[in-house]
Design a protein. Structure first.
Length: 170
C-alpha cells in the first residue's frame, strides 16, 4: 500500500499483484482519498486497500468452475462495490435509477469498462445455484447434546424452514 500527494491531495496507490493480473488488466490502482492531511490519508488508505483486495479476491473467485463459489464471488464482488447483489429479474422490476447507477459504476474514470465478472455481479447475471444434497444436509453432529450417546443428526434446511430429521434409532 502506498499514498502519494498530488495537487495538494492524497491518493491511494497500489500495484496490481501478479496473482490478480489475469482478472485485472491495470498496472496499478489509484484512488483519491479526498484529504490534504497525511495522517487522515493513511487511515483512509488502509480501508481502501482492504476494499481493493476484497475486490480482487472476488474477481479471482468468480473464475471458478463451481457454481456455488461463482455465485458467492458475485455476491461479494457486488458488496465490495457498495451494492447488494440482486438477480437480474429483480433489478429489471426495480427502478430505472437503481439500474442506471449500477451501469454507471461499471465505467471507470479512464473511460474503460469494468471486467465481465464485475458487470455480471452488479447486473445480477449469476443465478443462485440449486442446493446440493451435501449442502442441504449442512452439518452432521456425532453426539447428542449431553455428549453421552453417539448419534448422527442431520439438519436439512429448505429456504429458512427447518426440514425433517432422519430417525436413526431403528
Amino acid at each position: 500500500m502506498g499514498i502519494t500527494k498530488d495537487r495538494g491531495y492524497w491518493y491511494f496507490v497500489k500495484r496490481v499483484p501478479k496473482r490478480f493480473a489475469h482478472v485485472d488488466p491495470r498496472q496499478k490502482v489509484t484512488r483519491a482519498l479526498w484529504t490534504d492531511s497525511e495522517r487522515e490519508a493513511r487511515i483512509k488508505a488502509a480501508a481502501v486497500e482492504a476494499e481493493v483486495m476484497a475486490y480482487w479476491e472476488a474477481l479471482a473467485a468468480g473464475q471458478a468452475d463451481d457454481a456455488a463459489a461463482a455465485y458467492e464471488a458475485a455476491r461479494r464482488l457486488a458488496q465490495a462495490r457498495g451494492f447488494p447483489y440482486r438477480p437480474a429479474a429483480e433489478l429489471a422490476a426495480g427502478t430505472i435509477d437503481n439500474l442506471l447507477t449500477r451501469l454507471e459504476a461499471l465505467i471507470r474514470s479512464d473511460g474503460t469498462f469494468a471486467p465481465l465478472a464485475e458487470a455480471s455481479a452488479l447486473l445480477g447475471a449469476m443465478d443462485k445455484p440449486p442446493v446440493s444434497i451435501t449442502a442441504a444436509l449442512g452439518r452432521v453432529d456425532k453426539r447428542d447434546s449431553s455428549g453421552s450417546r453417539p448419534m448422527i443428526q442431520a439438519h436439512l434446511y429448505v429456504g429458512d424452514e427447518l426440514g425433517t430429521q432422519p430417525d436413526i434409532r431403528r
